[in-house]
Ligand binder design. Structure first.
Ligand code: 3HC
Length: 680
């Protein structure tokens, strides 16, 4: 299949790249583009060339599927060199997004014309990489070191207006991109970025390193990018390119990049569900009802308001609904203060918010999400009311974290319209949306939920019904081991530091203190005896009894002075007493044991979830844990990390824990055992 087409319009060559879906720079594309350029260079009748892409976007970069395979000639650097040497003015006409190698291709052109809605960026850090086709050497030459540092280490694209301001593009096209690019080409000269000097200093790189140290903790790529950007200043262009290439190749074969690439494809695979495709009908969602104006309800409402939908938020009293409105306004105001949105955008969103105290106000909603108190009877009552007032075809969702959604659906006369939409706190920020299907949820409703997730920019994963679904079910196993470790002799600080060093954003006990220890204690109080390890959560219960519920009360697993946390000596005493009461012997715990107990508990539960078909694939579980709880992306999620450790090793360690601590919780999943055998 041909992917590069050349058309001569008077004396200008138009090279059209057409390699669906996103014009990734595959071997075929590189080869055909290289031939096209050679032909144009040799044709004396042609005075300039325009490169434009067909379909929804300019090039999305190197073909990620080719990474790790032997490089085929011409490689991307070969092609870039050829473009650099091109003797006639070469113009990139950019629409959609020019990303990674796609943007680097545009930087090898002599000029860039951008459609008004186009964006350019170097998102390689998100794949555990640095730009490997000259981006770290050309971009700082074009826009200065400081701005290149920002763009390359953040991976965030910029729009046409900003690109023009920075000098990345010379023209913004508001009407016909190709016509504008051709007319630009007629008067253009040959201007090679490699001939420019970098405006910047070594101190800027060092300062930037300190600036990103916290947010890039554990990642390799952002720091490798700094090295390459430093080289752009210190080395001649030809040597800088070689330096960049070496760093790029090191990263491509690193476990970090493999893990981050795995998540890139996993995130996309999660949206593909058997039985649901483009032909599955979806319902229009313009008006959303939210029940409950707590932190969760308000966060959920913001997602829809920000996506331009109307929201009716229901609370039980005028005071409660006014307080919810105030919360939402405050969150928007802080977004304005941080420069994330404009005052006007805030107003547009808030104007779409309707505060109500009567269920009848939800009768027009296309989707209603309840976020009331986490109690099955309370939720069932809400579902009964909604069944009476919701219009025909409305989708009714619960944001429950743990409860049985089948039971909620069973109290209605419209079981196929019911599902879980599980957001994570803070709901307007956290990227994951667990879509929970009941035994009866229709494909149309599931397809609508996936569409909706896209509209509100969430990463969706489908889960079946079980206690805690995918995310919280796994998390409770990690919480169990963390709690038991305290009884067995580890300290709160030791457990938290170990998991922080593993790459989690924070330790379990810091997280519990932030969320409120009482929430888990209340939830567990409703569970049948024997369904969880009472010993593991015994310290939690004592703390709550004493009113020490975490940060909000100034004491929990830590003591707080403001947000500053300190050791809480009370925990050691409670742990000793509880250990004595339960007959648990205490000893010093190693970092290795703490890490493995927590992580292998996650992995084993992940396999059980897969075995029970609650999750559709292992990669779905990775997406859930990375996007809901910040499992380090450079480790790819618990299931990918299990493969990295070796499944046999994982099973052996779980069996050792079973001998040491009993097999009540440490029974390896049969699917895990099977997969481990297959991998030998
Ligand atoms: N290589 C291979 N496949 C790619 C790809 C790439 N660079 N970019 C996207 N795809 C695939 C996706 O996997 C998906 O495949 P599927 O349909 O089988 O699931 C398909 O293209 C469509 O992608 P999206 O679903 O993401 O489509 P959207 O329209 O939502 O988004 C996009 C389009 C913004 C271009 C988005 O796909 C994207 O961000 N792509 C990755 C961009 C990137 O990271 N580029 C850097 C690559 S590394 C590089 O260039 C190294 C260089 O410096 C040497």
């Amino acid at each position: 299949m041909t992917v590069v087409f050349t058309d001569i319009k008077n004396d200008i060559a138009v090279i059209t790249i057409d390699n669906p879906p996103v014009n990734a720079l595959s071997h075929a594309l590189r080869s055909e583009l290289s031939n096209a350029l050679e032909g144009i260079n040799n044709n004396t009748k042609i005075i300039a060339a325009v490169i434009i892409c067909a379909g929804r976007t300019f090039c999305a970069g190197a073909d990620i599927k080719e990474f790790g395979k032997p490089p085929l000639s011409p490689t991307l650097p070969d092609l870039m060199e050829q473009m650099d040497e091109f003797e006639k003015p070469l113009i990139a006409a950019i629409h959609g997004t020019a990303l990674g190698g796609g943007f680097e291709l545009a930087l090898c052109c002599h000029h860039r014309v951008m459609d008004v809605n186009a964006k350019v960026g170097l998102p390689e850090v998100n794949l555990g990489l640095i730009p490997g086709a000259g981006g770290t050497q050309r971009l700082p030459r074009l826009i200065g070191l400081a701005r290149a540092l920002q763009m390359i280490t953040s991976g965030k694209p910029i729009n046409a207006e900003k690109a023009k301001k920075l000098g990345i593009s010379e023209k913004v096209s508001e009407h016909n991109l190709l016509e504008d690019a051709i007319s630009f080409a007629k008067g253009a000269d040959v201007r090679r970025i490699r001939d420019l000097k970098v405006d910047g200093s070594t101190e800027e790189v060092e300062n930037f390193q300190n600036k990103i140290a916290r947010r890039s903790r554990g990642f390799l790529a952002p720091f490798a990018a700094l090295d390459a950007l430093k080289a752009s200043m210190e080395l001649p262009f030809e040597e800088g390119i070689v330096f960049e290439r070496e760093k790029f190749m090191e990263l491509v074969s690193s476990s970090h990049s493999k893990a981050q690439r795995h998540l890139f494809f996993a995130e996309r695979a999660a949206t593909k569900v058997d039985g649901i495709d483009k032909t599955t009908p979806t319902r229009k969602i313009n008006h959303v009802g939210v029940i409950g104006g707590g932190i969760m309800g308000c966060g959920i409402a913001i997602n829809f308001l920000s996506a331009g939908m109307a929201v009716s938020l229901l609370e039980i009293s005028n005071e409660a609904v006014a307080a919810a409105g105030e919360k939402i306004r405050n969150i928007y105001q802080s977004m304005v203060n941080k420069g994330r949105i404009s005052e006007e955008q805030m107003q547009t969103a808030i104007n779409q918010l309707n505060l109500i105290t009567d269920y009848d106000g939800l009768s027009n909603s296309d989707l209603i999400i309840e976020a009331v108190f986490e109690d099955l009877n309370v939720k069932k009552e809400v579902f009964r009311k909604l069944d009476n007032i919701a219009k025909e075809g409305a989708i009714i969702a619960t944001n429950t974290s743990f409860l049985d959604i089948n039971e909620m659906a069973n109290v209605t006369t419209r079981k196929s319209d019911i599902l879980g939409l599980h957001f994570f706190s803070p709901a307007h920020i956290m990227p994951l949306l667990e879509i929970v299907k009941t035994d009866d949820t229709s494909n149309e409703v599931i397809a609508t939920a996936f569409q909706l997730a896209k509209n509100i920019r969430k990463t969706p994963v489908l889960s079946g019904v079980c206690y805690g679904f995918i995310a919280n079910r796994m998390s409770s196993c990690y919480g169990r081991e963390a709690g038991l470790l305290l009884l067995e002799g580890a300290t709160v600080e030791q457990v938290d530091q170990t998991m922080f060093d593993f790459g989690m954003p924070m330790g379990m006990f810091t997280m519990l203190d932030m969320a409120g220890i009482d929430i888990g204690v209340m939830a567990r109080a409703k569970l049948p005896n024997g369904s969880y390890d009472e010993r593991a959560f015994s310290i939690h219960a004592v703390l709550v009894e004493k009113g020490h519920k975490g940060q909000k009360t100034g004491a929990g697993f830590y003591l707080y002075e403001g947000k500053e946390k300190k050791h809480n000596p009370e925990i050691d005493k409670i742990a000793e007493k509880m250990a004595h009461d339960f007959g648990i012997s205490r000893c010093r715990k190693t970092t290795k044991e703490i890490e493995e107990r927590c992580i292998l508990a996650l992995i084993n539960e992940g396999y059980k979830i897969l075995e029970e078909e609650i999750a559709l694939s292992a990669s779905d579980i990775d997406v859930v844990y990375a996007f809901a709880f910040g499992f380090p992306r450079y480790k790819g999620g618990p299931m990918h990390y299990a493969e990295h450790l070796g499944l046999k090793y994982v099973v052996d360690r779980i069996n050792e824990f079973a001998v040491q601590y009993g097999d009540r919780w440490w029974k390896p999943s049969s699917l895990l055992v099977k997969r481990a055998k297959e991998s030998e």
